[in-house]
Design a protein around this ligand. Sequence first.
Ligand code: ZN
Ligand code: ZN
Length: 765
Amino acid sequence: MASACSIRVRGVVQGVGFRPFVYRLARANALGGWVLNDTEGVEIFLEGAEQDVVAFVSDLKTQVPPAASIAELEVRAVSPQGLRDFTIRESERQAQPTTRVSPDLPVCDDCLADLLDPANPRYWYPYINCTNCGPRYSVIYSLPYDRPNTTMRNWALDSFCETEYGDPGNRRFHAQPIACPRCGPDYYLDPPETEPAASEPSIRKAADLLGTGKILALKGLGGYHLACDARNTAAVGALRCRKYRKEKPFALMARDLEVARSLVELSPQAQVLLTSSARPILLARGLVELAEVAPNNGELGVMLPYTPLQHLLFAAGAPPVLVMTSANRSTEPIAYEDEEALTSLAGIADNFLIGQRPIARRVDDSIARFGAFGPVVLRRGRGYAPAPVAKFPAQRPILALGADLKNAVTLVVNGQAFVSQHIGDLEHFQSSRAFRETVHDLVTMYEVSWDELIVVHDSHPQYASTAFAAELAAPNTVAVQHHRAHVASVLAELGEFERRVVGVSFDGTGYGDDSTIWGGEIFVGSLGDGFERVAHLRSASLPGGDAAAQFPVQAAAGFLAQINDLPRLTQPPFNFPVRYHKAAQLLSRNVRTFPTTSIGRLFDTAAALAGFTREISFEGQAAMWLEHEARRSFLVGPYPFPFVNGELDFRPSLESMIEDRARGRDTREIARAFHRGVALGLHDALIQICQFHSIDTIVLSGGVFQNELLMEDLKSLFAGQPFQICTNHAVPPNDGGISLGQAAMVSVLESHEGVVQTSRSDCYI
Ligand SMILES: [Zn+2]
Ligand SMILES: [Zn+2]
């Protein structure tokens, strides 16, 4: 008996070979009907024998193509229409798109084999791709995902590509960015260097240039990279010098897994992360010293090639380990337009390897680590963005603008939270431009009307993102306190809207409820009921406010003002520079001095006491240096870090450091004792607070928890105890995760009380 059904599929189902998969499956089961992409995902109409329909639905769930993932499947029985053939229909446009745009995918094994096979028509063609691999987010201008809406719209298919594109049995059936050497874009060198200026000779020449120590700008998926031979100290040194990048570590690209294994310690789980379809830069313990690549840092950041171009460079004999860093000057966002790259990278790159396919939007490489509590994304970009990371109860669209450092924004549409790629630090003009572009891009792509948006921003009155929220003139804007947003980001990932937790936010600096600088906060509560601050780091003074983050001795002046009988810190072994005195003067005159509970600044103080007395050259450098020192020591007894009357008291710990340093104890042991003390102090405080409030779930978030040694210590201290420890995985624990937390808090509030719907004034959480 003929039966028919209509199937609605939501998830990552466009641009990943889903329709041809459905087509083949329907044919294999002798079913008639059709499949189409629309703005909600994929719709299927099926008819045929009942058992064949049942078999189809079961195969649909279990045999999805590698890059696809089904989030929801709705099957409805309908009346048969007498269709015998199965067809793929043209895409339909509908109201608001909620389809999930696939992140960019690494080149697949089949395409790699084609790429290196001299008999294949796409031999050495750097833009090879198929429905299982290749660019997605970085080429899509708008939805639905069809070639005219991509950066490939200016290249018409020749008959060869056309045939493959139209053949449901082919791997490239409806592969939107399909191209071949005869009809598609090319790579060329600037200055040319080769004759003719075609892809293959240009790429071979580029590999040679890398081998001779040159610095190349390479156009990638989501922007330009600067590349050079990582083992050529002179080349890496020149890159540092030209890029004005003093000490911040460079990412590496290893030719293959074997080379990667020679560079870093790879646990089986870390290897899964490294080789995952996101192909992130993996941070792991370094096994080799590469001068100039990651000074004073025990970790190296390594990724594997993910574009055909990168594979070709290695195949052509490029050095097996390349520095592969985002192409920009210092802290500007990654360059992605050719004109912009040629101008801004002139004087940095010796040569440019430029691809003709435009990039729709900048997407930086992601950074991830397999840490004590599992995998964690530290910078969310290519390979992860713009996949949704959470589902929220609210139906109204929400735009959360994040914080000013490590900015990323979140758009919630129909309850799905899309977190943007990493944007950067908004104090820089270029990043601020990128921020506006990304907000506009997301809101446009999902066709959200500006009038219905709830806009969420940090409660810091001086943030650029706060000013931007005001500029948007949305009917509702809501401010969310920074450290509550950190805790909320973890619960948002877990979908825990009601669970009561003890939430720790250990961070650099953020604006507190009392207008002071917070950053060492412990809360009790839930997303639904809000978070009450129940404990914090003992308050210190911060001369210079947020600017003190640049100079560890400046923070030290504030924290050490509470210590009695200080030795002369400008003398050996401390050798604090004159800035320490100036900061102490600000403090004594109470000029530009702010109360703070920032544990990030306490780590800076400890780093200064252990010997890091200069200005930092990138964010978090002093704390990373201190962690690196501590790692080189065996486990030693902790410095005292008592929890008294709701305050973690830093004074005994700093006193012990000063004493030990003065008597000549090894600074590595001092750094280790400090870390162990912070971990133990927090552990004891958490046990007290959990017991008092009868709570068994602990949330850890904030930039300080990127400190892996601190995480390892906490894990070992909590081992065997009846507490569940929750941390970030999909969004960073640093400020890159703030927008998700902001969106979650407002979403739950709206679904509970509709407070946001009725309020027109600035509501504060
Ligand atoms: Zn492929
Ligand atoms: Zn072609």
